[in-house]
Write a protein of this length. Structure first.
Length: 829
């Protein structure tokens, strides 16, 4: 997030009906004069004739503020594909916006920049076609100058046409990322105008190489000066330089500058540190453009001996793959929702993200820069050979080069980005000549940025190694073949390998089926949280990956499929069967994924703690299942515990069931993982006991060096009695965008969470904010994400409220028949 200066010197302007917002999310590296262009759009979802024309009557269109995902409003319906969320993600949608640009701005370069529009965007200004972009995940800028009416009304119209069967997950639909209006002088720094690298870092000093593009759209040659000032994170100037040059009429050129900075603070995992380069372009004494580029100083290195080194230290990826939706909020980009996702991931121990399978929002990279999370920035899920009938393969030939180059130009100043992924499970890997395309894409990446390696997530073995496709990327990602990491390196000693996608374990939060299910689907369409795979055939429990990584010191680590549950792809419910013609509705109402350790609302499932036990060091212990097994008194319940300590003791109603030692006491879990141990697999990553059920409590005590280090207790709950509200933040910005995430728990009269409660909770929201969304993480719920009510699922649901633009207080009351209601207040400033 950046705060932009509003006035810029001699060229101060005002635009009558445009709001020049100070807060442009995702706008890193953009000129000072960008303004938020998200407000006052009109929307209609329909195939409408002449909707681009100036005099078209749009008076009854829906008023929307961007970012906007039209499909998240639903309704869920099995006439839509469950694979893409059972939501109306396809069809034609039109957006129009009326705006005025002052007469005094004649002669300026005016353009509009979309961070992404889903999809097949065609843009018109005042009835004229001015550009298009099929790929919904890529940002693009369109020059408006030629068709602008200065001093009078203009109308920009955007037609989107996302197709059915064009995605393997929920992509959303609409202008779902931020849009900016850019007003520049004819001589200016264009889009993605700087490229900053730090090739030499020694003894606390760094050379900062800055390549700045300059553009002249005017008819005159001009002498210019470019001054670049580097400020540290506190705003202190730590280096500066000036260059003089000239720009021919209608030309573009790049100026290279080097600034040495000393006492450098490095950007690192969990320890972000960002510098900012301020570029000022002048003609004589007049400033004609200003531009800001946040960047970080860090070294990355990949080698066959140590794997991945960040700032000279070996780092293993404790990574997750993530799709781009924000759960109940849909795909409409929101900075806070993105930040919360990654904070929850970080609390699980995550240090790396793979943006599966497309360029992320600029906000996501901003968040990863800020939190200190490394990123594999992925371009494509398909090349020339399609996976779905209307996938990217239809556009590949015409657009792949531009899309890939633009992704790199947009993202290459982010310290978090450490690799470019040119594809996921691309079907060319099975082709003899697939290496040609791999080489071509690999070369494009190196042409745009030679400071980062390339990668692909392969899922065939040994095909890409036999046909040499894998030799044409720098780092080899393997999806779901943990036992091949060592094998690949033995067979190809020059290769560096990691798990680009792992596990695909599935589960539903707080749900436990007994006996423990392994392959069988359940009549409720839920998957048990004992976490021993009811996934797709290639799935395996997280333990198997941990084990494989321990056995292959040469692997760089893993990227779990996925960090958060996402909309669509409700495996194992629904199918991969071609007989359904690509529709996944056999197991309706399943409509969102079960894969992640965290549900769609951001609530941890048990598996979150299994990863935490492997990826974090602060003493923790977890126990499952819940302890409400009414009617099963005396029956044996398997109890699992996850810890990063050495041993755990289980107490049931105060009575010890003994200590179990990690690494010595194993838990048998069923496994069918190909290549691995079949049948019963003994995992050392879980401790377990079989306990005859009696109501009361189960408690686990974890010991480190023989001392108590962490405790967790679960009590049998009485019937639901009251509601608890917990806001993640009780003070938020009054900017019309900020969010507070409120967890609603159903408690018994003693304050214990009721693990099976499904009470319907009603919300009343008053004051300085509105309801943004509700959810509960149940993959089978067809209730609207926008309703002022939600049923609890496994005792919890989520309410998300958004601030208005005027400061005040938001009062939230949650009530439910038979439960004591609760009110909280959120301040907006
Ligand atoms: C992988 C694929 C992912 C997702 C996953 C589910 O093969 O790359 O996009 O579909 O399977 O297990």
């Amino acid at each position: 997030m950046r705060f932009l200066k509003l006035n810029f010197i001699l060229l101060t302007f005002s635009i009558s009906i445009l709001c020049l917002s100070c807060h442009t999310e995702g706008a890193s590296s953009n000129p000072i004069a960008d303004s938020d262009f998200n407000k006052d759009w009109l929307f209609q979802k329909d195939s409408i004739a002449n909707a681009e024309t100036v005099n078209f009557d749009d008076s009854d269109w829906q008023k929307v503020t961007l970012p906007h995902d039209w499909s998240i409003d639903g309704p869920f319906d099995n006439k839509y594909n469950a694979r893409t969320g059972g939501l109306p993600v396809h069809g034609i949608g039109w957006y129009r916006k009326h705006f005025t640009i002052e007469k005094g701005l004649e002669g300026k370069q005016i353009s509009v920049e979309f961070d992404g529009a889903m999809s097949n965007a065609k843009v018109y200004l005042n009835g004229e076609y001015i550009g298009e972009r099929p790929y919904g995940y890529i940002g693009f800028e369109i020059d408006l100058t030629k068709h602008i009416n200065f001093g009078s009304d203009n109308v920009i119209a955007v037609r989107l046409a996302p197709e059915d069967l064009s995605m393997r997950w929920y992509a959303g639909a609409g202008i779902y990322r931020n849009v900016r209006l850019k007003i520049n002088n004819s001589i200016h720094i264009p889009q993605w105008g700087t490229y900053i690298t730090t090739p030499n870092i020694t003894n606390g000093n760094a050379d900062v190489n800055i390549e700045t593009k300059l553009k002249n759209t005017g008819a005159n040659r001009s002498e210019v000066s470019l001054s670049t000032v580097i400020k540290d994170a506190n705003g202190n100037i730590v280096g500066e330089t000036d260059s003089n040059d000239s720009l021919d009429a209608n030309s573009e050129k790049a100026i290279s500058q080097i600034i040495k900075i000393s006492n450098v603070t490095l950007w690192d995992i969990n320890k972000s540190y960002l510098y900012t380069a301020h570029s000022t372009l002048k003609i004589g004494n007049d400033i004609v453009d200003e531009y800001e580029t946040p960047f970080g100083v860090r070294t990355i290195e990949f080698n066959t001996k140590d794997g991945f080194l960040l700032n000279g230290k070996k780092v293993r990826f404790n990574g997750v793959c993530m799709h781009h939706d924000l759960g109940p909020l849909g795909t409409g980009v929101n900075y806070r929702a993105t930040e919360r996702q990654m904070q929850i991931m970080q609390s699980m121990g995550v240090n790396a993200l793979r943006t599966s399978h497309n360029p992320p929002s600029p906000e996501m990279l901003e968040v990863c820069d800020k939190l200190g999370i490394v990123v594999i920035d992925e371009a494509f899920d398909e090349w020339k050979i399609g996976k779905v009938p209307n996938g990217y393969h239809k556009y590949f030939d015409d657009w792949h080069e531009k899309d890939l180059r633009d992704m790199i130009k947009r993202d290459r100043n982010h310290p978090s980005v450490i690799m470019w992924s040119i594809g996921n499970e691309i079907l060319e890997q099975g082709r003899k000549d697939g290496w040609k395309l791999t080489k071509h894409l690999n070369d494009i990446c190196h042409d745009e940025d030679d400071t980062r390696p390339t990668t692909v997530g392969f899922n065939y073995y040994p095909a890409p190694f036999v046909n040499k496709l894998a030799n044409h990327v720098d780092i080899v990602g393997m999806n779901y073949w943990p036992t091949t990491y060592s094998k690949i390196v033995e067979e190809n000693p020059e290769m560096i390998v990691y798990g680009s996608e792992t596990s695909s374990q599935t589960s539903s939060r707080g749900v436990y089926h007994l006996p423990i299910e392994f392959k069988e689907k359940h009549e409720t369409n839920h998957v048990s949280s004992y976490d021993v795979t009811v996934g797709p055939p290639w799935a395996y429990a997280p333990d198997i990956e941990f084990d494989a990584l321990e056995q292959s010191s040469n692997s760089l680590g893993e990227f779990v499929w996925t960090g958060f549950d996402y909309l669509g792809e409700p495996t194992p419910y629904g199918g991969r069967d071609n007989s359904t013609n690509g529709y996944w509705n056999d197991d309706w109402p399943s409509r969102s994924s079960y894969f992640a350790p965290v549900d769609l609302c951001g609530f941890p499932k048990d598996r979150y703690y299994l990863y935490q036990s492997q990826w974090t060091t602060k003493p923790m212990v977890h126990v499952l299942p819940h302890w409400n097994w009414e009617g099963q008194e005396g029956k044996t319940i398997p109890v699992y515990s996850y810890t990063n300590c050495e041993e755990v003791e289980l107490f049931v109603n105060g009575k010890s069931f003994g200590k179990k030692v990690k690494g010595k006491d194993f838990t048998e879990i069923p496994s069918e993982y190909h290549e691995f141990e079949k049948g019963m697999y003994k995992t050392k990553y879980r401790l377990s006991w079989n306990v005859p059920y009696q109501p009361g409590s189960i408690k686990v005590v974890a010991y480190k060096d023989g001392k108590e280090a962490a405790i967790k207790e679960i009590k049998t709950a009485e019937k639901p009695s009251k509601i608890k509200l917990e806001a993640d933040r009780s003070e938020i910005s009054a900017d019309g965008k900020d969010l507070s995430f409120i967890t609603i728990s159903v408690l018994d009269e003693n304050g214990n969470i009721c693990p099976k409660a499904d009470n319907l909770i009603n919300f009343k929201i008053e004051g300085a904010g509105t309801l943004a969304a509700v959810g509960n993480g149940d993959q089978t719920s067809l209730a609207s994400f926008r309703a002022p009510e939600r049923k609890a699922f496994s005792g919890k649901c989520l309410l998300i409220v958004k601030s208005d633009e005027s400061a005040g207080a938001i009062s939230i009351t949650a009530s439910s028949a038979g439960l004591t209601q609760e009110t909280i207040s959120i301040l907006t400033k």
